[in-house]
Design a protein around this ligand. Structure first.
Ligand SMILES: Nc1ncnc2c1ncn2[C@@H]1O[C@H](COP(=O)(O)OS(=O)(=O)O)[C@@H](OP(=O)(O)O)[C@H]1O
Ligand SMILES: [Mg+2]
Ligand SMILES: [Mg+2]
Ligand SMILES: [Mg+2]
Length: 352
């Protein structure tokens, strides 16, 4: 009998919603010295750290034996005794405890003892929770992958970002949840923001507005707006190559540029025809937490996600997707024409 992953789905939804509530509340109060630059020069904020602590603490209560592959770790925080970093740690402690103890409107998390009666966690316990995300990943068994804020640059700009959590079992994504606090439910009504996307293997993909209790099943179709969905940051995906691809495919509409895995949700609900991510240089390996949830959202909505050569994404190689080169998501009917257009665009740009 196929597993339904009902408890995993419920826990993941509750963890993502608590983390979203935290990140939204932080945004308005974020001050400059609450952002740290990591060794790879990318930013991380108190919100990223606290959200990963919250998700990890919830997973530890519900599934204590499951490993976690998370984006953040506490090297920078533990290795610096300055007063500034102490303030950061204090803020992470109060934010995470507030989020864990907050009465939650959606989801029922009494079963894993999270809510107003949760004992207050110490700074050390929360830093340890963040570091439970240090697992190396791999091909067999259960593991969760978490990106507490995907699109940190979008978060800092007040634009799109996503809280992403996925369960992977034997290299296959089984549950994917993405919370998008700044995404309008409908682009025509930009004030109604906040969307949760949920997918379970074999059970489809749903969209739930933060503002209501309704949910809608998503079905990807080839007749969506003929525009590409791509990274906002030109350093993360080649805007030049996707422009060539658009020309080859006869797409006249400008691409919709959105930070984070919001793009996968947008594709699943028909805001564009293809998620397109083409490398901007050599050497960068895509991370599993940047694609696991989104991959399932799109495939369970009836679409397909592969690399730019048509190979499936491999979530069993560790913390990265290994040799996968570029990422394409779209309706199945569009897949081969998009891959051909990419190959042609690559040839053209090699000659140029
Ligand atoms: N060089 C390079 N190439 C490709 N991808 C990279 C690169 N550098 C970073 N990243 C990852 O991009 C994640 C942000 O997602 P997107 O690129 O889809 O969104 S956007 O760039 O913010 O528009 C971002 O996720 P977060 O760090 O969680 O924000 C990174 O993991
Ligand atoms: Mg990051
Ligand atoms: Mg990310
Ligand atoms: Mg992140």
């Amino acid at each position: 009998m196929a597993l339904t992953y009902a408890l995993e789905k419920q826990v993941a939804i509750s963890a993502v919603l608590r983390a979203c509530s935290l990140t939204s509340s932080v945004f308005n109060k974020l001050v400059k010295n609450e952002t740290v630059t990591k060794n790879d020069k990318s930013p991380v904020t108190v919100a990223d750290y606290s959200a990963q602590a919250v998700i990890s603490a919830i997973l530890a209560r519900a599934f204590p034996d499951d490993p976690i592959v998370g984006e953040e770790d506490t090297k920078t925080l533990r290795g610096d005794a300055s007063a500034e970093v102490q303030l950061l740690k204090d803020r992470i402690t109060s934010l995470a405890n507030d989020a864990l103890r907050e009465p939650l409107k959606l989801g029922d998390d009494k079963a894993w003892r999270i809510g107003p009666d949760t004992p207050v966690l110490t700074t050390e316990e929360l830093l340890d929770a963040i570091d439970r995300g240090n697992h190396p990943g791999g091909p067999s068994g259960r593991l969760w992958t978490v990106d507490p804020i995907d699109g940190t640059k979008g978060f800092l700009r007040g634009e799109q970002y996503a809280v992403c959590l996925a369960l992977i079992v034997d290299s296959e994504v089984k549950v994917g949840v993405i919370g998008c606090p700044n995404l309008p439910v409908d682009w025509n009504n930009p004030e109604d923001k906040g969307v949760l996307f949920v997918a379970v293997k074999g059970q489809g993909t749903e969209q739930r507005p933060f503002s209501g209790s309704g949910s809608s099943q998503l079905k990807l179709s080839a007749s969506t707006p003929r525009r590409l969905l791509e990274s906002y940051e030109s350093g993360h995906s080649s805007h030049g190559l996707s422009e060539r691809v658009s020309k080859i495919l006869g797409i006249t509409e400008a691409p919709l540029r959105l930070d984070s895995q919001v793009k996968y949700g947008a594709l699943a609900r028909g805001d564009g025809m293809s998620y397109m991510r083409m490398p901007t240089g050599v050497g960068y390996k895509e991370k599993i937490w940047d694609h696991a949830s989104g991959n399932l959202l799109v495939t369970e909505a009836g679409g397909i996600v592969t690399d730019s050569r048509g190979e499936p994404l491999n979530f069993g190689l560790g913390r990265t997707l290994g040799e996968n080169y570029g990422i394409i998501g779209c309706a199945k009917e569009d897949h081969s024409s998009i891959l051909k257009a990419i190959a042609q665009a690559q040839q053209e740009s090699a000659k140029a």
